[in-house]
Design a protein around this ligand. Structure first.
Ligand SMILES: NC(=O)c1ccc[n+]([C@@H]2O[C@H](COP(=O)([O-])OP(=O)(O)OC[C@H]3O[C@@H](n4cnc5c(N)ncnc54)[C@H](OP(=O)(O)O)[C@@H]3O)[C@@H](O)[C@H]2O)c1
Length: 253
């Protein structure tokens, strides 16, 4: 399949589970791919693993405007344009009730998950090609509440607001903006959350999440990537301003 032939794709969180699976699928569909993450070694390792010719990376902390401007200019210098923006980097924060949640961690989760998405939209949208597509990674935690994940849930609800405004503000350029809402996915992030919930037996925490999913299992990262590909490609040409849930039925249970 060549759904993204000659398209330039910018992926934040490109060295993580979902970002990497998406980069792989995009590259297999003919895209040129720029990965963004804050740790250079992880980005280098991802590029080595993917082993595609048209992939590059830019080291940036998405919560900083100077870094955001740099990853945009790095993409333009390397590939000459941006057609698709997967605004995906995120962190889980702590798992503690609101009364025990540290202010420092609240600030950091909001900085990365909310301000990072905001800055990405602020600096990428003026440069993205007309007819482009922006996909923002929210979560089932952007649709419903989860005990102990207050800052994360707040950040993932908030990015839906950014998506709706960005979709309205850029429709005249035929740019589409949508959010995706994965349920639990087998990546580093869920392993970290499970460990915080049940340090002595993280598998039990996984079982608890699985019991809340009608399909009875987590998603694999490539199952999320398939939806991102659909939203990135012309197959979804008339879809903007929507919240795409990918959760094995978790939100309706
Ligand atoms: N896994 C799930 O179950 C799940 C479910 C719903 C939604 N999501 C969302 O999906 C997105 C990707 O998560 P994942 O599961 O792929 O987690 P992951 O494997 O932990 O990947 C997170 C990615 O974000 C990058 N990142 C984190 N902080 C950053 C910062 N300040 N600046 C730049 N990059 C940063 C990480 O690279 P560095 O660490 O090197 O910076 C990594 O590439 C997140 O927004 C997450 O909230 C995940």
């Amino acid at each position: 399949m060549n759904l993204l032939k000659n398209k330039v794709v910018l992926i934040t969180g490109g060295s993580g589970g979902i970002g990497k699976a998406t980069a792989k699928l995009f590259a297999a569909n003919g895209a040129q791919v720029m990965l963004v993450g804050s740790t250079e070694s992880k980005l280098k390792q991802t590029i080595e693993e993917l082993d595609f010719p048209n992939i590059s990376y830019s080291v940036a902390d998405v919560s900083r405007s100077e870094d955001t401007k740099r990853y945009v200019s790095d993409t333009l210098s390397r590939f000459g344009k941006i057609d698709i923006f997967f605004n995906n980097a995120g962190i889980e924060g702590e798992s503690k009730p609101i009364e025990a949640y540290s202010e420092k961690m609240f600030d950091r989760v909001i900085e990365v998950n909310l301000k990072g998405v905001w800055l990405g939209c602020q600096f990428v949208l003026p440069k993205i090609s007309d007819g482009g597509s922006v996909i923002i990674t929210s979560s089932v935690a952007g649709i419903k509440g989860f005990k102990g994940l207050g800052a994360y849930v707040a950040s993932k609800h908030a990015v839906v607001g950014i998506m709706r405004v960005a979709a309205l503000e850029n429709a005249h350029r035929n740019i589409r903006v949508n959010t995706i809402h994965p349920g639990p996915v087998h990546t580093r992030m869920m392993r970290a959350i499970e460990k915080q919930i049940a340090p002595d037996n993280p598998k039990e925490a996984q079982k608890g999440f699985e019991a809340a999913i009608p399909f009875g299992r987590y998603a694999e990262a490539n199952e999320i990537a398939e939806t991102v590909l659909f939203l990135a490609s012309d197959q979804s040409a008339y879809i903007t301003g929507t919240t795409q849930v990918i959760d094995g039925g978790m939100c309706i249970a």
